[in-house]
Design a protein around this ligand. Structure first.
Ligand code: COA
Length: 361
């Protein structure tokens, strides 16, 4: 499974952006001009949405996300089988595909950001055999997402923790899904298509699909004392440790610390275990791969936080999308302004055409 061949894109600059910057050597992330630590402390998700969209070149004040959630709710009866799909990311991708592009990127962006929590929560309830719950446009995005999922008003601490999560993961440089969204936009396609493509790229476990498996890992380990044995067995079986390692970061992902702080008020019983597993995994991976620093990434504490906030693990990757759709949208708007097709090249390593092979003999 391990692919050690470079795909030739590492470090290649494919766009200039004012939306976010990732410094993998120093473990430093700037989103729309703020360090992620400061942004998560001071901004609500709604404010962060405005900041990334403005950084991308949009003109927007307070984003009308409550109204966008209410509009998305009207679509629920017309989503076909989307909410019956077994995977949340498939349900989200299919549901978002029902949004009609208007030709106005900002309007489409707000529609998509507003729709995502409504669709994911409706999927979650449907899957549990429960009726979907209508959004309350007067609530904050994070609180309403939790309420639509669980059916009860979240505690302020849970809503605040989820809000901090949504702010923290709103954008992250030229991630695979962001690149996907920008490539789709660069062809002149619409924002909804770019967002649907982004969801497809985010779904994979090497990108956004890791936090559910991180929680499975914590459950399997059970107690701090079991961590080393479990990790060694996992590596011996040829599997990777979920939530560890990153393509860009050579130190601990700065978002891990932000989420670790944000989850503290929720007094999760898994926090202590997660810290112990991280310590054991870091030590073992350091011994195994002294030349390749492999530290905790954002997904490690995402799993602990989303679980403690009250979201089911099947919904974790889709919750990442609930936030990142805003970042993708900002990139779509920024990419649109360049008007330039992204068309990388490939190197042909296949067989030569028969006629030429003959000619050469
Ligand atoms: N556990 C064990 N070994 C790991 C590892 C992990 N989590 N992540 C990387 N490695 C090893 C690889 O097996 C490889 O070893 P090899 O050279 O002997 O084959 C080496 O470290 C380098 O890995 P590579 O695949 O080049 O790194 P990458 O930059 O392509 O991978 C990730 C980045 C995120 C895809 C990778 O670290 C990973 O799969 N992590 C687990 C999934 C995860 O947490 N995803 C969420 C990302 S935010």
């Amino acid at each position: 499974m391990t692919n050690t061949t470079s795909n030739g894109l590492e470090g290649v600059v494919v766009a200039e952006t004012a939306i976010s910057e990732v410094d993998g050597e120093r473990g430093y992330l700037v989103i729309a001009g703020s360090e992620v630590e400061r942004l998560a402390e001071r901004a609500t998700f709604e404010e962060a949405v405005t900041e990334v969209l403005v950084a991308g070149g949009a003109q927007v004040g307070v984003p009308p996300l409550g109204a966008a959630r209410a509009a998305a709710w009207e679509l629920i009866p017309r989503l076909g089988d989307a909410l019956a799909l077994p995977e949340a990311m498939d349900a989200l991708r299919t549901s978002l595909g029902h949004l009609r592009p208007t030709g106005d990127d900002l309007a489409d962006a707000l529609a998509a950001v507003g729709a995502a929590p409504v669709f994911v929560a409706a999927w979650s309830r449907t899957r549990a055999g429960l009726s979907p719950i209508a959004p309350d446009p007067t609530l904050a995005h994070a609180a309403d997402y939790l309420r639509m999922t669980t059916g009860v008003m979240p505690t302020p601490a849970a809503a605040r923790a989820l809000d901090a999560y949504l702010v923290t993961v709103i954008d992250h440089g030229m991630s695979a899904s962001t690149f996907t969204a920008r490539v789709i936009t660069s062809t002149g396609s619409d924002l909804i298509s770019a967002i649907v493509g982004g969801v497809g790229a985010l779904k994979g476990p090497l990108h956004g699909g890791a936090p559910g498996p991180v929680l499975d890992m914590l459950d399997a380990i059970g107690a701090p004392g079991n961590a080393e044995t479990w990790i060694l067995a996992e590596l011996a079986a040829g599997r990777r440790i979920m939530g560890m390692g990153h393509r860009i970061y050579r130190v601990r992902d700065p978002r891990a610390a932000v989420l670790e702080t944000a989850v503290r008020p929720l007094a999760s019983r898994r926090l202590e275990l997660a810290r112990a597993v991280e310590t054991a995994a870091s030590k073992i991976l350091r011994e195994r791969k002294p030349d390749r620093p492999l530290a905790a990434n954002v997904e490690f504490f995402t799993a602990v936080l989303l679980d403690a906030a009250g979201l089911p693990r099947e919904q974790f990757a889709a919750t990442f999308a609930v936030s990142r759709i805003a970042g993708w949208s900002a990139h779509v708007i920024e990419q649109r302004r360049t008007g330039r097709l992204i068309r990388p090249a490939s190197r042909y390593v296949g067989t030569a055409p028969v006629s030429e092979a003959r000619a050469g003999t």
